[in-house]
Design a protein. Structure first.
Length: 254
């Protein structure tokens, strides 16, 4: 009796393994196809961003135009814009930066425009030029024109320190917190990274925006599909094993 049950148990295990491999194959093919779709999306994103970065500057979006978009970031992020207004130097915020020029600060200064107040990242300064008094030449009065790239507010992240507005310690560009700290109720929900036009005295230094997107989706897709191929080979082996186990045995009697 025990000998008769053993082939059935082995057959049941092979059948369970077969269906497990089928489920795994479906999951691997789904992941590979999803990465192919992500690849197409990423290529489209890169193409759209490149077109915006190198386009002629346009007027920054108004609060009404921003609110009318279901996904305003999808349409406006990295758009090249030009704004005219007057600096509010007394409301400047210095945000810690790690740039291609080394550690320092981004100089975030509100610009009062006809559309509302827009935060401008005027550029990078080293530690020695953090305070406005150390770069008095770069604090112009009167009307100015700023050309740069529209950016979305930063929400920090897992490895980014929390801002401490009460102590003037800023680690990411949280516009809501900056508006509250500087009492700017009419500020627009984005900021502009200023271009590379030099400021008097050389600081702040703009034009340091890095527009780069990681695009590893093709390698991910090939990895998932390669694992799916190995899964197919395993299915073939299990199926052949099951086929051999199902063949009737003809024992010869002496």
């Amino acid at each position: 009796m025990i000998d008769a049950l053993q082939p059935r148990a082995r057959s049941w295990r092979r059948g369970a393994l077969f269906f497990l491999l089928l489920a795994t194959l479906a999951a691997l093919l789904t992941l590979g196809t999803w990465q192919v779709q992500r690849l197409a999306w990423k290529k489209d994103l890169i193409a759209r961003t490149e077109a915006r970065v190198h386009a002629a500057p346009t007027a920054p979006p108004t609060a009404q135009a921003w609110a009318a978009e279901a996904e305003p970031g999808r349409r406006f992020e990295y758009q090249r814009v030009q704004a005219e207004g007057r600096w509010l130097h007394d409301k400047e915020v210095q945000v810690y930066a790690s740039s291609v020029l080394g550690p320092g600060y981004w100089v975030m200064t509100p610009l009062r425009t006809a559309q509302g107040t827009i935060w401008i990242n005027r550029g990078y300064v080293p530690n020695a030029q953090r305070l406005p008094a150390s770069r008095a030449q770069a604090l112009p009065e009167g009307s100015v024109t700023v050309t740069g790239l529209l950016r979305l507010p930063e929400d920090g992240g897992l490895f980014v320190r929390e801002n401490v507005p009460a102590e003037e310690r800023w680690y990411h560009r949280d516009l809501a917190a900056m508006n509250a700290a500087r009492q700017l109720g009419d500020a627009l929900p984005y900021f502009i990274d200023a271009g590379a036009s030099p400021n008097p005295g050389g600081w702040p230094r703009g034009g340091l925006t890095i527009v780069q997107f990681r695009n590893n989706h093709l390698s991910y897709a090939l990895t998932w599909y390669a694992l799916a191929l190995l899964n197919v080979l395993a299915l073939v082996l299990v199926a052949r094993s099951e086929s051999r186990g199902a063949r009737p045995r003809h024992d010869e009697e002496d």
